[in-house]
Design a protein around this ligand. Structure first.
Ligand code: UFG
Length: 335
């Protein structure tokens, strides 16, 4: 089977999309990025041409798919910030849900029948049982998580009614940066723990807030499953191959199965960079579940995938190297 098909990567100018574009190119796929650059970056598009456009522009999408002879879609384009989604849910449903529906319509019109979708562990809410397997009941706590769940349902029905082949990959905490320094995390504003700690270490912000010390966890801070963005990227390539081989559509968790507390991440970061990081201990951030750790065995088995870059040391080292880069959030934060 030849892998020389063209893959349309929506959101390919973003954090996980750009790393995946690189992994696809390395695996022999031709990449075309589709992005409106509202959150993504032109500099992050390095592994194929950029087509600037809106997800809601179905006709533009269809034309690009036909002109570029697109054989599959990897769909990352979305608004991702949980807090923002609580303030403007309508924007999230329009962009993430209506945008995905538009994409699916364009795919049907253009005869493109395979998609890998960027989903999230946010759709599990506050799970009763940890580690979290894919059959855990979904109960999103934010319009962001709900919007991702709604897209999974769109995929399900598009599969049943029109024969779409799909994979929804539910990420746990994406972190780290490309080992060659070619891409990395650059959100504005940056709300994620590791880049925020590194920005504080670089003096780009006065201190990193540490949210909550009274959770029911061994050290009182929240536990998360941090997965290196390069491992996520590799899993997408394997998921696409899996579909190309004719395997059934499904949802898969992408995580390591190991949890680290906020305090453990702070200690590891201080050890790796060799100096104390200014922090300010604060109350709980609303909506943070105490413990989110994946049961990733289904992805291990079905994709023959194992995280290879996700030690906490490698995650922090690559993020640290990236954080001094011109495009990194640490370089652009003014506070
Ligand atoms: N945290 C801090 N200080 C910060 C930032 C985060 O203490 O400056 C803490 C949070 O309270 C949380 C942990 O660090 O306990 C991780 O927070 P992140 O913001 O880095 O990541 P989240 O776990 O909140 O978010 C991730 C994904 C989201 C997804 C969510 C599901 O990035 O896309 O999991 O809960 F929606």
């Amino acid at each position: 089977m030849s892998s020389q098909i063209t893959v349309l990567v929506t959101g390919g100018a973003g954090y996980i999309g750009s790393h995946t574009a690189k992994a696809l190119a390395r695996a022999g796929y031709r990449v075309v990025v589709y992005d409106n650059l509202s959150r993504g970056h032109r500099w992050a598009v390095r592994w194929g041409p950029l087509e600037e456009g809106e997800l809601l522009d179905t006709e533009h999408l269809r034309k690009v798919m036909v002109a570029e002879r697109v054989g599959a879609v990897l769909h990352f384009a979305a608004l991702i910030e949980v807090g923002e989604s609580m303030k403007t849910p309508e924007t999230f449903f329009r962009n993430n849900v209506s945008g995905s529906l538009s994409l699916l319509n364009a795919m049907r019109d253009a005869g493109v029948r395979r998609i890998v979708f960027s989903s999230t562990c946010a759709l599990y809410g506050f799970p009763e049982k940890v580690p979290i397997a894919e059959d855990t009941p979904t109960a999103p706590l934010s319009p962001y998580g709900e919007s991702k769940l709604m897209v999974e349902r769109l995929l399900h029905w598009e599969g049943i009614c029109h024969g779409l082949q799909w994979m929804a990959l539910r990420y746990f905490n994406a972190a780290g940066a490309d080992a060659d320094g070619e891409s990395g995390e650059s959100h504005s504003p940056e709300t994620h723990l590791i880049p925020s700690l590194l920005a504080a270490a670089l003096g780009r912000r006065p201190a990193c807030p540490i949210f909550g010390g009274d959770y029911p966890t061994p050290d009182g801070t929240c536990i998360r499953d941090y997965i290196h963005v390069t491992d996520l990227a590799d899993a997408h390539v394997l998921a696409l191959r899996h579909l190309q081989e004719g395997n059934p559509s499904t949802v898969l968790n992408l995580g390591t199965g190991d949890g680290f507390s906020v305090n453990q991440i702070l200690a590891a970061a201080e050890r790796i960079i060799g100096k104390p990081i200014p922090i300010s201990r604060q109350g709980r951030r609303p909506g943070d579940p105490p413990r989110l750790v994946a049961a990733p065995q289904k992805a291990f088995e079905q994709l023959n995938w194992k995280p290879a870059h996700s030690s906490i040391e490698n995650i922090i080292e690559t993020a640290w190297k990236w954080s001094s880069h011109a495009h990194s959030p640490a370089a652009s934060l003014s506070v």
